[in-house]
Ligand binder design. Structure first.
Ligand SMILES: [Zn+2]
Length: 79
């Protein structure tokens, strides 16, 4: 059995796209049978939407959230 595939090791550099917006949103996943499912709006920010979560906990008693972070990446071939 011969292996014909030639493995080429090319390095790629992945960086955050400074032109892309960083966004956070939070989703309430509290509840045993069914998740609450309440979602915050999307916040363009470096930090998770702590105020929204605190307010939701204060009004509902729910204490478990999924924090969803999105940003953009650039992939470049390293020289
Ligand atoms: Zn909730």
């Amino acid at each position: 059995m011969s292996v014909k595939a030639v493995l080429r090791f090319v390095n790629y550099k992945i960086t955050r796209d400074p032109d892309g917006e960083k966004t956070w949103r939070a989703r309430c996943v509290s509840g045993d049978e069914e998740e609450c499912g309440a979602e915050s709006m999307v916040f363009g920010s470096d930090d998770p939407p702590a105020d929204w979560m605190a307010e939701h906990t204060a009004t509902t008693g729910h204490q478990r959230f999924q924090r969803i972070y999105e940003d953009y990446a650039l992939v470049e071939k390293a020289e």
